[in-house]
Structure formats: C-alpha cells, structure tokens
Design a protein around this ligand. Structure first.
Ligand SMILES: *[C@@H]1O[C@H](CO)[C@@H](O)[C@H](O)[C@H]1NC(C)=O
Ligand SMILES: *[C@@H]1O[C@H](CO)[C@@H](O)[C@H](O)[C@H]1NC(C)=O
Ligand SMILES: *[C@@H]1O[C@H](CO)[C@@H](O)[C@H](O)[C@H]1NC(C)=O
Ligand SMILES: *[C@@H]1O[C@H](CO)[C@@H](O)[C@H](O)[C@H]1NC(C)=O
Length: 456
C-alpha cells in the first residue's frame, strides 16, 4: 500500500528533481576545495580547460547561444578612395560553458574569476566587412561566473568596407554596415543574440565618440537576416552605423574663402570700366582663386565628384565669365572712342527707352546738337563733357566769331562724331550694367541651388 502511494505520489517529484539536476549539469560541478584564501588552485579548472578544443555543450544538437554587443569608441578614418571605414570597437561576447560551475557558498563566496582566454573555447565571431588582419592583442582574459557564463571583451581596430557616397561632401552622412557572424558554425551549432539593446549600444557609443574626431555618430540600427552560403545557413547580426561629418573645418577653409573671393569678384564690377584697372584686378583674383584651389586640394575627397567640386568649378567659371565680360566692355569702349560705327536706329531707340522709359520710342533720332537727354559720358580717354558741350554748342560761337563755312561744317562733323561716341559709350555702360545684373542673377541662382541640394 505504502509502496504504491510512494510510486503514485513521489515518483514524478523525483523525476522532476533528477531532470533539474541533469539540466543544471550537476555532474560537472567543480570541487571547491581548490578555491581558497590564496586564490584559485592552478589545477582546479583543468577538467574544463581540457575540453577547450570542442564547443562546450552537453548535447551537440543544442546550438550555443552567443550574445554580442559592442561599443564604438572612435571613428578613426573614412577613406573615400578605398571606400573604407576605420573604427575602433570594444566587442563583448557572452556565452555559457556548462563544464565550469561551482557553488559560491562552498567556495568562499567567489562568484566570478578571470581566466586567460587561451584556456577556453572561443566563438569565432568575425565582421563580414572586415578588410584587414585582426590585430587584436593576444593573451586577453575573460570573466567566468559561477554559473559558467563567460564574458569576453576585446578591443578591435576594424577596417571595414563601406559604400561611401561623397556627393554631399562636406555635409555628407554615411551608412556603414558591420555584420557579425560566425566563420564556421552554422545555425545548428551557433545562434547569435544581443547582449544589450541596440539603443543602449548607440547611446554609449555616441557618448564616447562625441568627444573627438571629424565624424559624429548619428545612430545604430540592426537587422538579423540569416545568411545562406550554399547549403549552410549562418546566423548573423547586421548593425547599420550612421555617421555624419562635422563640416566646420571645411566651411572655414573652403567655403568662406571661396565665398569672399567670388564676392570681391562681383564687387569689382563697380570699378569703372574705363579706368583699365578692372581687367588686371579680375585676373589677379582668378589667379588667387586657382592658388587657393591648389592649396585646398588635399582637403577634398580624392575620388568621385562631390557637389563642392562642382561649386568650385562654377565659381571659377563665373570669374572667367566676368573677366570675359570686362574684356568685351573694354573693347566696346575702345571701339566707341576711336572709330564709332554708325548706330542702328533700333539700338538708338532702345538706348533712349532705357535712359528714359517714359518717353518711349521716338520715331527718329533727334537733332544732334539738342542732345538726346542722356547724361554725358564720363570718359578719360575721350574729351571731357565740358569740352564736349562747348563743341556741341560750337556753331553759334563760330558764327559769332565770323568763321568761314568750311570750319563750321568741320565743327558740325566733329560734334556729330562726338555725339556718336557718347551714344556708344552710353551703350557700353548699359551693357555693362545689364551683364553685371545677369551675372549676379546667375550667381545667386547657382549658390541657392547648391545650398538647397546640400540641405536635402
Ligand atoms: C573535493 O576534493 C577534496 C580533495 O581534493 C576532497 O577531500 C573532497 O571530498 C572533495 N569534495 C567533493 C564534494 O567532492
Ligand atoms: C539532445 O537534444 C536534442 C534536442 O533538444 C534531443 O532530442 C536529444 O534527446 C538530446 N540528447 C541527449 C543525449 O540528451
Ligand atoms: C542572451 O540573451 C538572451 C535574451 O536577451 C537571454 O535569454 C540569454 O540568457 C542570453 N544568453 C547568454 C549566454 O548571455
Ligand atoms: C542604412 O542602410 C540600411 C539598408 O542598407 C537601411 O535599412 C538603414 O535604415 C539605413 N540607416 C540609416 C540611418 O539611414
């Protein structure tokens, strides 16, 4: 009777107890007598160390779960030409070794010890994008807890391939991927998990990276697609690291000087075209700009065509165009003062309209000695306006002085010519103003376009 009761009621209890003990790996609990006041007795973990060649599991059909996390401590370099991102990581891996267990109550309350990693089996986690030899220092140690949980941290200089897009340089953001995966173990043998939440990783990394360097860490995202190679399936965790360049250096060294030079170029239109100073000034500016570009070439990405190169090319072409404009105006003025060609009637009307839009379009050119209501041209190369006026009002004077007819005709000719010169000079000035406005318009449009593109 008692026996049957025992079997009925105690048997499941013992079953559960024995299962629990088996699950805890009771057979692998380490004898604590090796732990003591003087540290750990050297041979105490030998039985576990002897197994380091094999994956530490009690049942080989159970995959080892390795939890990983990392802290990005520095972004060392971004190489646009080789498309490489160099960063520094503190990688942390956590997994369980069921052969290392002890009871802390029997072992002087010790709950964790550090063990040289050369005595332990290590998961072969690598970064898929890694493009260099792993220079991780040897002889690191790992913490082993009394429950057999191994916590292994290692510093890594990671040179990873990354698809860099430098179009928006120096206001660019990059999105680089770091994929952690096992080199050998397929999903049947190893699974990867997260030791920390991804936002925790991002926050810690951001705090540390923030303090130095050209790059700023924006955030880290993750994805966990499995990778299949042939018939094998590998577990992997992908981290998307978003970084942004700090543009201050480039703004101060590239954009501000370039902006000043182009502003001076625009302002140099106010130098009088007749003085002949404008063209040499613009040539000097052009040379200065070229030297500036040569000196700052090192700061620009060596490959690809970033927007900033287009911007510089645009500035340079604007300067060249403004120089050409100056040459054109100088030529026009020269032509006007030496041998003015007859002015077409439409041009004359246009000129009149420009000078005084209200009195629109007179049908014919007015009498020469009346003037056409344009302010007199100021031209060192030509006769002074005062002189001009005297010349224009010459005939009456000549009459008074009783000069012969031929002289009067000559004077009239001269006055007519002078008037033509005046007209052409006016025309040149108007062309100058018009082209200057076009130049300003084009410059403003292109600068606004570039800025808008940068802000997208
Ligand atoms: C632990 O080992 C010591 C000697 O090394 C032995 O005396 C003791 O009985 C062992 N304890 C257990 C629980 O096996
Ligand atoms: C190992 O684990 C598998 C799956 O969990 C189970 O089917 C099998 O019985 C286990 N083998 C041993 C010897 O415990
Ligand atoms: C890994 O993380 C999972 C979920 O966060 C947790 O259940 C598991 O115990 C961890 N394993 C190790 C070995 O840290
Ligand atoms: C980075 O790129 C991946 C896909 O390649 C995308 O899923 C992720 O959202 C991107 N991250 C950022 C911050 O743009």
């Amino acid at each position: 009777m008692e026996g049957s009761w025992f079997h009925k009621n105690r048997f499941p209890f013992f079953l559960v107890l024995s299962l629990l003990l088996q699950g805890k790996g009771s057979t692998f609990i380490i004898n604590c007598s090796g732990f003591g006041q003087h540290g750990v007795y050297p041979t105490v973990l030998d039985s576990a160390f002897d197994r380091k060649a094999f994956r530490p599991v009690t049942n080989f059909s159970i995959p080892t779960l390795v939890n990983i996390s990392f802290t990005m401590s520095a972004i060392l370099d971004v190489d646009e030409q080789l498309q490489l991102l160099s960063s520094f990581l503190w990688l942390e891996m956590v997994w369980d070794n069921p052969f290392i267990r002890w009871n802390p109550e029997e072992c002087e309350g010790i709950t964790k010890i550090s063990v040289a990693t050369k005595n332990l089996w290590l998961p072969d986690i690598f970064i898929v994008e890694f493009m260099d030899i792993d220079k991780t220092p040897k002889d690191l140690t790992a913490y082993v807890s009394n429950e057999g949980r191994i916590r292994y941290k290692k510093p890594m200089k990671v040179t990873s391939i990354c698809n860099l897009d430098i179009f928006y340089f120096p206001f660019d953001q990059q999105n680089c991927t770091l994929t952690f995966s096992s080199f050998l173990y397929t999903v049947e043998n190893m699974l990867l998990g997260m030791e920390k939440e991804v936002w925790e990783i991002a926050d810690t990394s951001r705090d540390i990276v923030q303090t130095h360097g050209e790059w700023e860490l924006l955030g880290i995202n993750k994805a966990t697609p499995k990778m299949s190679l042939g018939t094998s399936l590998y577990d992997q965790i992908m981290f998307y690291v978003a970084i942004r360049r700090r543009p201050r250096l480039y703004i101060i060294n590239l954009l501000v000087p370039s902006g000043f030079l182009i502003a001076i170029d625009a302002l140099s239109f106010y130098l009088p075209a007749e003085s002949g100073n404008r063209a040499p000034f613009k040539i000097t500016l052009l040379l200065g700009y070229k030297v500036f570009l040569l000196m700052m070439n090192d700061l620009l990405p060596t490959s690809g065509t970033p927007l900033i190169s287009v911007y510089f090319a645009l500035c340079l072409s604007l300067m060249v165009v403004s120089l050409l404009e100056t040459i054109f105006i100088t030529y026009l003025l020269h032509l006007a003062t030496t041998q003015p060609p007859p002015m077409p009637r439409w041009l004359h009307s246009l000129l009149l309209y420009w000078a005084n839009p209200r009195t629109c379009c007179p049908t014919a050119p007015q009498k020469i000695n009346k003037g056409i209501g344009l302010p007199p041209a100021h031209l060192p190369g030509v006769k002074e306006p005062v002189e001009l006026v005297r010349k224009v009002s010459g005939p009456r004077e000549a009459e008074l002085n009783g000069c012969p007819e031929s002289t009067r005709a000559q004077q009239e000719d001269e006055a007519q010519r002078q008037h033509l010169v005046n007209l052409w000079v006016q025309f040149s000035h108007m062309m100058d103003t018009l082209l200057f406005r076009l130049y300003l318009l084009f410059m403003a449009t292109s600068v606004v376009t570039v800025i808008v593109l940068w802000n997208i």
